[in-house]
Design a protein around this ligand. Structure first.
Ligand code: BGC
Length: 454
């Protein structure tokens, strides 16, 4: 069957929508779950964060498995787990079952977070790879927005089971869609399935430049599938540092504290509950709109520049948020400036660190360990997310809004990290990026007799 390229990229990115929906839906659903299942503040925390624990497990396994069994098959497994998780959480009779199925859902979210950027980056042509890979983030934020809207619709009937269960629909769509999608040509070539790889590339590139691209992939394809041992090799270390560093900084600059707790901040500045609810949806919309802009910017401005601009922009907003409430008193002007800071923070995050991190994770690792490398970075991202989410409420109690100054300092550190370690990937093929890594430490490769591939 001939499938349109747009359809391929749409379904390739769809896993991101489930990632966004399942992480976003709990903010509204938890209010009613608390009442219905009689949660304590401890079990409430566990219900909310169990998905992050599952995501760490999912990211840890899916990367390596996708190096072995292929990107596409693993996305299908993730889609099936999404469906099981949606049904399980919707029908959970008690808190324990709910937590168990939230972990199951998390496994699927973790898989999607590693597999979608991997699949998209390996399917896309170099000149628009940034745009196509950032469709993942566009799906994530769309999923979050849909979750907010569903929460809003089902709030009057306290329908938390509907909120959680409706994730089944995109889960089934993803599962069916993936049945018809091709496997990544790069992975196929790695498995020495050259005819199939050629067929997929011919379809994706409409026959243009296919032999050149195949030849280029072959140049980096002389190594066997690598494992942990390969990942520890010196020439891969720069990629690992960038991958793990970007993954952790994305979380410790506080993105989810701002996204999850925006309603609380809005009520604190005296704007009332309905404003808070609308504010949440407003933030969801802003996140989507700016991400669309980011899709466009990615291959024009470049990843590194976006990261650096984002770090500074977010740091300024965070410092302002922290210091305003300390020195600004309780005036209505302070309230509005707080709102502006929140919105500006979201704009900076959505245009830069939100999409760029997942795009770059799909680009920086060599083919032989690409799945494994992105999986490990994914684990780091979810672990950092878990730590920040668990500590935020008590830290906020202790330090008040001055806490945002601490996240601001992380923003400055992320700028320094980005300027020192990140190398631009815009417009370069995945193979050029890999060869560049090899060129940096030729001596070690020479020792291993691999010099010929440079
Ligand atoms: C981050 C998530 C965040 C989402 C929302 C993603 O890139 O990894 O932690 O919730 O963006 O914008």
């Amino acid at each position: 069957m001939k499938i349109n390229n747009a359809v391929i990229y749409f379904f390739g990115a769809l896993g991101g929508l489930l990632f966004g929906y399942d992480t976003g839906v709990i903010s509204g659903a938890i209010l009613y779950i608390k009442k219905s299942l009689g949660l304590t503040s401890m079990t409430e925390g566990i219900v909310v964060s169990s998905i992050l624990v599952g995501a760490m497990i999912g990211a840890a396994f899916s990367g390596k498995l996708s190096d072995k069994y292929g990107r596409r098959k693993n996305v299908m497994v993730a889609a099936a787990i999404f469906c099981i998780g949606a049904i399980g959480t919707a029908f959970a009779p008690d808190t324990v079952v709910l937590i168990l199925f939230r972990i199951v859902l998390g496994i699927a979210v973790g898989c999607a977070s590693a597999l979608v950027p991997l699949y998209l980056s390996e399917m896309a042509p170099a000149n628009i790879r940034g745009a196509l890979s950032s469709l993942n983030q566009l799906m994530i934020v769309t999923g979050i927005l849909i979750a907010y809207i569903i929460n809003y619709i089902f709030a009057p009937i306290e329908g938390w089971r509907w909120m959680l269960g409706l994730a089944l629909i995109p889960g089934i769509i993803l599962l069916i869609g993936m049945l018809f999608l091709p496997e990544s040509p790069r992975w196929l070539l790695k498995q020495h399935r050259e005819q199939e790889a050629r067929k997929v590339l011919n379809h994706l590139r409409k026959g243009v430049g296919v032999e050149e691209e195949l030849a280029e992939i072959r140049k980096t394809n002389s190594e066997e599938n690598g494992g942990w041992k390969t990942l520890k090799e010196k020439w891969i270390r720069p990629a690992l540092i960038v991958g793990i560093g970007l993954a952790i900084f994305q979380q410790i600059i506080g993105c989810n504290t701002v996204i999850y707790y925006a309603p609380t901040t809005i009520t604190k500045v005296g704007l009332g509950n309905s404003a808070a609810l609308l504010g949440t949806i407003g933030i969801g919309v802003l996140n989507v709109v700016v991400t669309i802009l980011a899709v466009w910017l990615m291959d024009k401005v470049g990843r590194k520049k976006l990261l650096l601009i984002g770090s500074i922009g977010m740091a300024v907003c965070l410092f302002a948020l922290g210091l305003l409430t300390k020195f600004g008193g309780g005036s209505s002007a302070t309230g509005y400036i707080t709102l502006i800071c929140l919105a500006a923070y979201i704009v900076f995050f959505a245009a830069t660190w939100g999409p760029v991190v997942w795009v770059m994770l799909g680009e920086i690792f060599p083919l032989s360990v690409r799945g494994l490398g992105i999986g490990i970075s994914g684990v780091a991202n979810w672990a950092a997310n878990l730590i920040v989410s668990l500590t935020f409420p008590s830290l906020l109690d202790q330090f008040g809004n001055m806490l945002f100054v601490v996240y601001g300092v992380m923003g400055i550190l992320s700028f320094i990290f980005g300027s020192i370690y990140v190398t631009e990937t815009k417009g370069r093929s995945l193979e050029e990026i890999e060869l560049d890594l090899k060129k940096r430490v030729p001596s070690q490769l020479a020792e291993k007799g691999k010099q010929h591939i440079i």
